[in-house]
Design a binder for this molecule. Structure first.
Ligand code: UDP
Length: 337
């Protein structure tokens, strides 16, 4: 019983590959290495460098490795990019999954786990947001993922497939042993930017909006440690292997932290008092995003291990320091944030 992981050399994919391998699963990866790194994979996990949309490649890997389940991460994930290039997002996310599902159906793969996003909810009417809340994405990224969810649902009904859709909230942190983490250059995510500032790679961090009607005026997010998210994928696979029916699950902790609290956690972790600048609201930002986690906790055998902001900040910082060391750079001349 082998599981095929597309995008397995990326940030969340590589943490999941390790979680699966540590649990004794047989794993094979397809990744085009556009944003992933082959050295993020354990030595004994085969990597096929190519596109998840390449049906010949996918069918060959399924046949060669007796693949019975697929976990599909491969895709594009930057919301502002999706606004500039919607067709690129519909190709990389929706159309790629269409090809992958076609190959899966032809080869009788009957279990599928899909990386979706809280962006499918758009601006929810109430918090925390449950899975049955209306889906009104505000970006092509969110739409491309929602379209894929719909397609997966239809394919599963027609072809006897069972699936788990995992809707990620704000994923952050890194492997607790700092073996892998977020290595994207030019990342826009809050915690990544905060640890880049803390390690001297940027001069300051901007807080986008301090006039929201929240306790401290900044936005609120439900951060989930990437290792806990990886374990949610392992648990989702176990759930499907035990015959669990198709289900859509929010992945978060059900608890929100403000942007200012998050920056403060990175200050605490680093012991450095770096520059924080209050800036205008970032267009398109949702004020508060918190998962209702009732369903995932009831459905999967999953207990988060790293669910404090201080732990997430500590692991993100340790990874960033390691990355910086590997690049052989002393804290560079600060870039403008
Ligand atoms: N944010 C910020 N400064 C930054 C990056 C992000 O204030 O340099 C804020 C952003 O406006 C949002 C929150 O942090 O309110 C989370 O943003 P991120 O891009 O990490 O994730 P999103 O929730 O947009 O997917």
């Amino acid at each position: 019983m082998t599981v095929l992981v597309t995008g397995g050399a990326g940030y969340i994919g590589s943490h999941t590959v390790r979680a699966l391998a540590d649990a004794g699963e047989s794993v094979v990866v397809i990744d085009n290495l556009s944003t992933g790194f082959s050295h993020f994979l354990p030595e004994n996990v085969p990597l096929f460098i190519g596109d998840a949309a390449d049906e010949n490649l996918v069918e060959g890997v399924i046949a060669q490795h007796n693949v019975e389940s697929i976990i599909h991460f491969a895709g594009s994930v930057v919301v502002p990019d999706s606004l500039r290039d919607p067709l690129g997002y519909y190709r990389n996310n929706t159309m790629t999954t269409r090809n992958l599902l076609n190959a899966a159906v032809k080869c009788n793969v009957s279990r599928f786990i899909f990386s979706s996003t809280a962006a499918v909810y758009g601006n929810p009417d109430y918090m925390p947001v449950p899975e049955e809340a209306p889906t009104r994405p505000l970006s092509p990224y969110g739409s491309s993922k929602l379209m894929t969810e719909i397609m997966l649902h239809d394919v599963a009904s027609a072809h006897g497939m069972n699936y788990v859709v995992l809707r990620y909230f704000n994923v952050a942190g890194a492997d607790p042993q700092a073996r892998i983490g977020l290595a994207t250059v030019g990342a826009t995510h809050l915690l990544k930017i905060a640890v880049e500032v803390a390690t001297g790679q940027r001069a300051k961090i901007d807080v986008f909006g301090t006039d929201y009607p929240t306790a401290d005026g900044s936005c609120i997010r439900d951060f989930i440690h990437v290792t806990d998210l990886a374990q949610a994928h392992r648990a989702a696979l176990a759930y499907l292997n035990q015959g669990g029916p198709s289900v859509t699950l929010n992945c978060g902790y059900g608890r929100g932290y403000s942007v200012l609290e998050t920056i403060e956690a990175v200050r605490r972790a680093s012991g450095r008092n770096f520059a924080v600048q209050y800036a205008d609201r970032r267009p398109g930002d949702i004020m508060t995003m918190i998962a209702d986690t009732t369903r995932i906790r009831a459905t999967l055998d999953w207990t988060p291990q790293y669910d404090t902001l201080d732990t997430i900040a500590r692991h993100a910082l340790a990874w960033e320091e390691k990355l910086l060391g590997e690049r052989g750079t002393e804290p560079r001349q600060a870039l403008s944030a």
